[in-house]
Ligand binder design. Structure first.
Ligand SMILES: Cc1cc2nc3c(=O)[nH]c(=O)nc-3n(C[C@H](O)[C@H](O)[C@H](O)COP(=O)(O)OP(=O)(O)OC[C@H]3O[C@@H](n4cnc5c(N)ncnc54)[C@H](O)[C@@H]3O)c2cc1C
Ligand code: SF4
Length: 583
């Protein structure tokens, strides 16, 4: 064990980059193990009072600091996909819809992580811990949109698959009203007081009542309470090994700037012994591409950016002008169904008044993507105007959208991936950007469109699609995963089965970028469970020899199922033993 004074040369033992699901789990578990932890977070800190009242408050909703938008929700536009993601203290949890589902077991059977651990027997305990920490319960609040989903499922023969969503929300007891405050219900009194859910449907605009189990009220709250230092509005721009060991064995220097400043960006430098990248799939890819290219971390695997998955999603829905009930009531995602073995649909809503997404929805159009589909869409719009001029006008304008619209989020557990590269673009050749490459992701899922049509038929509404999907053949997703996947070696991925980065010491990735398969369900529970598992291998501070290096396939396979409390010393002995055996 290194004497404590040796570590005292460093500002922190660990710096965690990003405070979303992977970052908050890492910060909490590392603090618990006795480490001094700094968390660098690009986004702002939010409180119920500072959150926007509706999505019309663009300044407080959207994240584009260079033009004065300092919210928590970001949209990134690529040739193959539009990616929605969160950016805040608490990461995506501030804007997420709190759906927390485990994926089917078959996701562990394929792709680069297969055989690197006994995932099927190891993961359930981590899903259990993640579920307890995120306060997962079955949704008891079904809103009108959920009842409509059920009715349509019954009418189309899949009624038996209807289920109430598993969510991370503090719900009122049966028969009790919402908006009641109680002392910490989750962490034996260690956590903050909480207020019960009002079913306002506002989860994706940030919960203004303290009912959603966001990370700043859970993992991150506990980490801070026990000593982690969180730096909001602090963007990491560089990570490089300290002089003396190019593999990071002597520690790292982490450089940051103020993310919300234009001119006085307040550059800072911190030193640490270990680093956890947890900046989300896009954020970590972007950072690693940049750092590899500028020579700060040249040994990062060339596999960065490969195997990026979008959960094969399509957003469709139905708008019911003048519907007798307020369809925004309930929780953001209250229920789901399966229309076949691979295709999962969830009923999603925004809160009353948050109508901005309405500008992106239009009349549903079937058919293969391309100019013919655009032509067909124009014909559909004209036909609809001729048949129902007043109603068509009403469904195409955004006001009242959230009250009258049910979004149907369709996800398929089918494989398919794209690649992200770090390149100049023809329209802005002065610097490099993330750009997407590969086969197009399908924007048209015929069965999902049929379901939307049925949904609208039953309710007397209009089936709708997303305008960018029709015009540009680009699907939208809030579930971008992969890009730095778990694999047997740096030839196939970026981290090993314990999330250790190939080529560096004491460096880990704990976020959606390590996920190696399409999950077919919302990914946050899996990201949390994987981070719990990764952290379980890091020894307590007093036993850390700061020698943790990624194992290659031979070592990992020979080891068999990995024990939950990893220890760097025994790890090294085993590696040595295996090397001897192999020799
Ligand atoms: C509207 C919406 C609804 C969603 N609903 C659900 C849902 O119901 N269920 C579900 O499972 N998932 C949902 N998701 C997806 C979910 O939010 C993400 O899968 C999850 O947050 C990813 O976790 P993560 O740990 O990979 O990173 P994140 O939670 O995205 O956190 C990464 C953090 O790193 C920060 N960061 C990035 N780069 C840097 C840098 N250079 N320096 C410092 N900080 C940096 C970012 O600001 C961000 O806060 C939703 C997403 C959106 C956008
Ligand atoms: S429905 Fe409203 S009160 Fe309930 S968790 Fe979501 S935002 Fe909070």
């Amino acid at each position: 064990m290194p004497p404590r004074s040796e570590n005292d040369h460093f500002d922190f033992d660990f710096i965690v980059i990003g405070s979303g699901f992977g970052g908050s789990v890492s910060a909490h578990r590392l603090v618990e193990k006795g480490y001094k932890v700094g968390v660098m977070e690009m986004g702002r800190r939010w409180t119920p009072d500072s959150l926007p009242r509706s999505s019309w408050s663009l300044r407080r909703w959207l994240w584009r600091p260079k033009i004065g938008l300092r919210g928590f929700f970001n949209m990134r536009f690529f040739r193959h996909v539009t990616i929605f993601h969160g950016c805040a203290v608490g990461g995506g949890s501030i804007t997420y819809a709190c759906t927390l589902l485990p994926p089917p077991e078959k996701v562990w059977e394929a792709k680069s992580w297969t055989g690197l651990a006994d995932w099927k027997s190891e993961m359930p305990q981590y899903y259990q811990t993640a579920s307890r920490m995120l306060g997962v319960t079955e949704n008891t609040i079904l809103g009108p949109a959920d009842h409509l989903l059920k009715r349509t499922a019954e009418a189309s023969g899949s009624g038996h698959t209807f289920y109430r969503m598993n969510v991370g929300i503090f719900q009122p007891a049966a028969g009790e009203p919402g908006n009641q405050t109680f002392p910490d219900p989750y962490f034996g009194g260690e956590g903050p007081a909480r207020t019960t859910c009002l079913s306002c449907g506002g989860c994706m605009m940030g919960c203004r009542f303290g009912a959603k189990n966001t990370l700043d009220l859970g993992y991150l709250y506990l980490a801070e309470k026990h000593g982690a230092q969180v730096f909001p509005e602090t963007q990491v721009t560089d990570v490089k090994p300290l002089p003396g060991a190019s593999d990071g064995g002597a520690g790292y220097e982490v450089s940051t700037v103020k993310s919300t400043a234009w001119i006085r960006r307040r550059p800072q430098r911190f030193t640490c012994r270990g680093v956890v990248f947890a900046a989300s799939s896009l954020g970590t890819m972007e950072l690693l591409f940049r750092l590899k290219e500028k020579g700060s971390l040249p040994a990062i695997s060339p596999q960065v950016g490969k195997h990026v998955r979008t959960n094969s999603e399509s957003l469709i829905g139905a708008r019911m002008p003048g519907y007798h009930e307020d369809l925004s009531q309930g929780i953001a995602i209250g229920s789901g169904i399966y229309i076949d073995e691979h295709t999962h649909i969830e009923a999603v809503r925004y809160p009353n008044g948050s109508d901005t997404m309405g500008v992106l929805t239009t009349i549903l159009t079937n058919g293969r993507p391309g100019p013919r589909r655009i032509g067909l869409w124009l014909v559909n719009v004209v036909k609809s105007f001729l048949r129902h001029p007043f109603h068509t006008l009403r469904v195409l304008q955004p006001w009242g959208w959230a009250r009258e619209f049910v979004i149907l989020l369709c996800m398929q557990a089918l494989d398919g991936h794209i690649e992200m590269r770090w390149q100049r673009t023809w329209f802005w050749p002065f610097r490099k950007f993330l750009v997407s490459r590969g086969d197009k992701v399908p924007t048209y899922i015929p069965k999902a469109n049929e379901f939307a049509e049925k949904f609208a038929q039953l309710t007397g509404g209009f089936p709708m699609s997303m305008l960018p999907e029709i015009l540009f053949n680009v699907p939208g997703t809030a579930h971008c995963i992969g890009g730095c996947v778990i694999a047997d070696s740096s030839t196939h991925g970026v981290v090993d089965a314990r999330h250790r980065v190939f080529g560096y010491k004491n460096m880990y990735i704990c976020d959606g970028s390590v996920v190696a398969a399409n999950l077919g369900v919302n990914p946050s529970l899996t990201i949390t469970a994987l981070a719990e598992r990764a952290m379980s291998f890091i020894p307590p501070s007093a036993q850390n020899e700061w020698y943790d290096t990624a194992s290659t396939w031979v070592q990992a396979r020979a080891r068999g199922p990995m024990e939950a409390a990893g220890n760097a010393r025994s790890d090294r002995f085993r590696s040595q033993l295996i090397r001897e055996r192999v020799a």
